[in-house]
Design a protein around this ligand. Structure first.
Ligand code: NFE
Ligand code: MG
Length: 566
């Protein structure tokens, strides 16, 4: 007899996610992912000026605000066929890179590492042994015995107080926790250091974007960062070097701490390369354009169906025909009206709440499909598309990571193994190391372009009286983001956001096909149904953001909590 476990809310994510799993013989046999809130910002946009849509859309989320600003201006620019000055492309790219770095660091250390790291084992660690473990492997100054002893003292003080604060409700002592006290201490010391480094990346975003979250510097047509090297009030060498300094500090953290930590933990938990593959269709967008017309990119995009890396299709730009023609959203199992799959330009946002129904409607997330199939998006999709299509930067960083994981695991872990719960963590760390390298490149591109005397930052949009359609895509930290806009007489006639967590957190479609979260939970082991740590590991590996996914609040404010976790 299957036992139903409801986990509501899933915490250490953004927004409100409920997951139900049925467990039979210690393994998940059925699953549902449900987003329990809704806002309807897409409806608020109707009738508004397309030049201000980005200010609204970045309020979809409190985490990836910039990405919705970027996708929004790109959608309007696409409709207008507007070229973007090089300086504006590079400034935008630097924002996206630094935002991505902040996001990936936070996701690993603060939102998911404690699924694998048992901090309650730390008091038993020997800080000298922790330091000896990695001696000679990196030059990172934060790996001394003294640093580890200080981190251990923090944990001891918290434990002695009897009040675990933010560490209450963790699954400490769970049988699926496997690390030695020394490795737990290493990861926790880096958890504390990571707080400092994620902040540096946000600072770089804020210098260019005027603030973060919710940047202020975009325009439809470019950016508003006036460039004048002789002025104190504009983007000048002083500001540019502030950004460079921050990136120069974060890159070693990525290369010497984040990536090695993920690879070490992955090698020690190598069994997690065998669970959580779920939907093995992958979709990613090209990004970091390096020309004004958006035809050349530093990050590759495309799609892979059925896990067949040999059959990768690359997208040739933001508006690849296969992509634009292939996307629909459906609502058979989502709390919206309508049964027919709709292309986003024809999309509707018409709520119809029914309560949670296992066979009926059960989520505020729509079900996006590509060529009728559920698709997994995120760093894993991007790394697999890049690797399979021979992108040199992706290959370089991926091979380095796989070597390290294989050494720790004691057996070879190939690229195909990344199709798993652990693979999503590894892919995110690989992507971060690529972004850190590309940050240096795009900073130099910007400085060199300004040095040529080019200070152009904006091309003026002009709206025709007829109807035009645009799509704005961005490879956000959680994967492919697309904003679809229809403009009539200079006003927004329709607006739909198809967001990374909508793809991954999708409910079943009309054919009954599970979305990626749901599919990835199937066959996961569950050692203890009262403490379903393994289900949490798999869900967290996607880095869910339900605020983005449903763009909201349950009008009923209904709590159905059965299990709560850290
Ligand atoms: Ni709210 Fe987001 C990212 C976007 S995920 S975090 O990345 O877009 O749905
Ligand atoms: Mg939407």
């Amino acid at each position: 007899m299957a036992k139903r476990i409801t986990i509501d809310p899933i915490s250490r994510i953004e927004g409100h996610l409920r997951v139900d799993v049925e467990v039979e013989n210690g393994s998940v046999s059925n699953s549902w992912a449900s987003c329990t809130m809704w806002r309807g910002i897409e409806n608020i946009l109707k009738g508004r000026d397309p030049r201000e849509a980005w200010l609204f859309t970045q309020r979809f989320c409190g985490v990836c605000t910039t990405v919705h600003a970027m996708a929004s201006v790109r959608s309007v620019e696409d409709a207008l066929k507007l070229e973007i000055p090089l300086n504006a492309q590079y400034i935008r790219n630097l924002i996206l890179i630094n935002h991505g770095l902040h996001d990936h660091i936070v996701h690993f250390y603060h939102l998911s590492a404690l699924d694998f790291v048992d901090i309650m084992k730390i008091p038993a660690a020997d800080p000298a042994k922790t330091s000896a473990l990695i001696e000679g492997l990196t030059n990172w100054p934060g790996n001394s015995k003294k640093t580890f002893a200080a981190a251990q003292d923090k944990v001891k003080a918290v434990a002695a107080s009897g009040q675990l604060g933010i560490f209450t409700n963790g699954y400490w002592g769970h049988p699926a926790m496997k690390l030695s006290p020394e490795v737990n201490l290493l990861a926790f010391a880096h958890y504390i250091q990571a707080l400092e480094y994620q902040r540096k990346s946000v600072q770089a975003v804020a210098i260019l974007g005027s603030k973060s979250p919710h940047i202020q510097n975009l325009t439809v047509g470019g950016v508003s960062n006036a460039i004048n090297l002789d002025s104190l009030a504009t983007l000048n060498m002083d500001r540019l070097f502030m950004i460079k300094k921050l990136m120069d500090e974060v890159k070693p953290f990525i290369d010497q701490v984040y990536l090695p930590d993920v690879c070490a933990i992955a090698g020690m938990y190598a069994d997690w390369f065998n669970y959580g593959a779920g939907v093995t269709n992958y979709l990613a967008s090209p990004d970091l354009p390096i020309d004004s017309k958006n035809t050349k990119f530093d990050l590759p995009g495309g799609y892979i169906m059925g896990g067949q890396l040999s059959s990768v299709h690359r997208f040739d730009g933001f508006r690849d025909k296969a992509f634009v023609d292939g996307v629909t959203e459906e609502t058979k199992h989502a709390w919206y009206k309508g049964e027919t799959p709709l292309h986003p330009w024809k999309g509707e946002t018409d709520p119809e709440y029914t309560d949670w129904q296992a066979e009926g409607k059960y989520s505020w997330v729509k079900a996006p499909r590509f060529q009728g199939q559920p698709m997994q998006v995120g760093p894993l999709a991007q790394i697999l598309v890049g690797y399979a299509s021979g992108d040199p930067l992706t290959r370089k960083h991926t091979d380095k990571a796989l070597d390290l994981i294989s050494t720790v695991a004691g057996h070879k872990i190939g690229v195909e193994k990344l199709q798993s719960t652990m693979g999503r963590h590894v892919a995110r760390a690989i992507r971060a190391s690529m972004l850190a390298e590309l940050g240096e490149k795009h900073w130099q591109l910007l400085v060199d372009n300004i040095a040529k005397g080019d200070v152009s930052i904006h091309n003026n949009p002009e709206f025709p009286s007829g109807e035009i359609e645009g799509v704005g895509v961005h490879e956000a930290p959680r994967g492919l983001l697309s904003h679809w806009t229809v403009i009539k007489g200079g006003k927004i006639a329709n607006y739909q956001a198809v967001v990374p967590s909508t793809w991954n957190g999708s409910p079943r479609d009309a054919k009954g096909q599970h979305g990626p979260y749901e599919a990835s939970l199937l066959h996961n082991p569950i050692a203890d149904p009262v403490r379903p740590l393994e289900a949490i590991r798999t869900i967290h590996s996607f880095d869910p953001c339900m605020a983005c996914a449903c763009h909201t609040f349950d009008p009923e404010g209904k709590a159905i909590a059965t299990v709560k976790v850290l």
